[in-house]
Design a protein around this ligand. Sequence first.
Ligand code: AMP
Length: 175
Amino acid sequence: MSASVHLEPHIRDVPDWPEPGVVFKDITPLLADPAGFAYAVRSLAEPFAGRGITKVVGMEARGFLIGAPVALHLGAGFVPVRKPGKLPRATDSEEYALEYGTDRLEIHADAVGAGDLVLVIDDVIATGGTAAATVALVERSGATVVGLGFVIELAFLGGADKLAGHEHVSLLTYR
Ligand code: AMP
């Protein structure tokens, strides 16, 4: 791997957004910095290089921005997991709990299947609900989750506990 980049200065904290009490981790300065963006993509891909990853699954929307270049780096395909009603063909869906109420994620029913080795990528893991729902979608298809990767882990929210022992890589961990 070439020169390391200190990622933290490229993440902007936005207090009380999108709602009071939440500190939003804005990765757009990282995306705008070519060296930082390339370093983040390489750092998420390289732990999984040589492990036969066939598909990178990224969650709407910032998981697309990180997951797609990780897929290219690994020579894998990219599969989007989207919010309800966005994917045009037959989907499988998984509901997951939010602080108040529930949400749902969808994947094209034929996007991954038996024989696929999958890396799941998102920008942030917070409570872990999004990641756990995505793992459920992938595993229900018969594919294997090799691991997960996040730019940022909000470890004080305990999201990794929902990953059922799957290997995960986080580039920046806030405790
Ligand atoms: P969770 O399901 O609670 O782990 O939330 C993860 C999803 O919500 C990811 O797709 C993130 O993009 C987004 N997210 C949650 N909390 C934050 C935060 N503090 N800053 C930025 N994105 C967040």
